[in-house]
Design a protein around this ligand. Sequence first.
Ligand SMILES: [Zn+2]
Length: 277
Amino acid sequence: MEEEKKVKAAKAEEKKAPAKKAAPAETKKPSAAALKAALAQMEEQETGKKKNTVLWRVLAFVMWALAIVAMYLPQIGNLELPFGAMRMLVLKNYTPMIIDIVVAVALCIGAALLWKKANHIHPVKSHNKIVQFIWNQLGLIMAFLIFFVIGLVLILKNDKLDAKTKKIAIAALAAITLLVGGVSADYHPVTQDEVDKVTQEYNIDTQDPDGCYWTTYGRKYHLFDDCQALSNTSAENLHHTSLQEAWEANRGELCSFCAKRATDNGVGGGAVTPANP
Ligand SMILES: [Zn+2]
């Protein structure tokens, strides 16, 4: 028995070992989101214009709070406010209930998008993995709290609803949570550590005249002139400038195709070159 255990343990170790060795090479590749954030932070430094991510975060919390109001506002005195989807359910007042839920869903999704947008310019600074997870997935966590946890507690505690209505309401809350949570999750989370690494590893020359490409009508800039997003742009509408000039022309966001290509291939446009290809 003892021998068998040892053999199994040794085999398990063998399996683990190569994975451990491969991991550093995998994590070394910066993500497209990290490159985008690095360039956005560089733009802030060079132009002196800060993106107001604090305001976006405050707005996100206001919207989450309003979503709670739309879902769970209780009766206040004699006021017959139409908000509070849960109260409307008990009153069997289904039209305002559905409107409340739609409003709450829209508020939660809007809040999560603002939160993610802020994170992709000024990512979480903590080195703690748990803090990083909570910070990056706050939209998902809030969706779960607002639509599922609070709703479940209130439904289970409610003695005016019959068992069948409770079951339907809980199933509906679960479905809404999945929908809002799915949109709110950040599938490309970034940390400031990753951004600092990109800034260190990539030699980003903001003055390089071959730096980037942008179009008269587009709001983003590109690192590659053969980017798929530029395929329909005529030559007269395509501008080829340094990053600095693109930022001054209010093109502050790097195209996602170009960001992915630059980090995948490790080949930059004029201004963005990895230090160690
Ligand atoms: Zn592009």
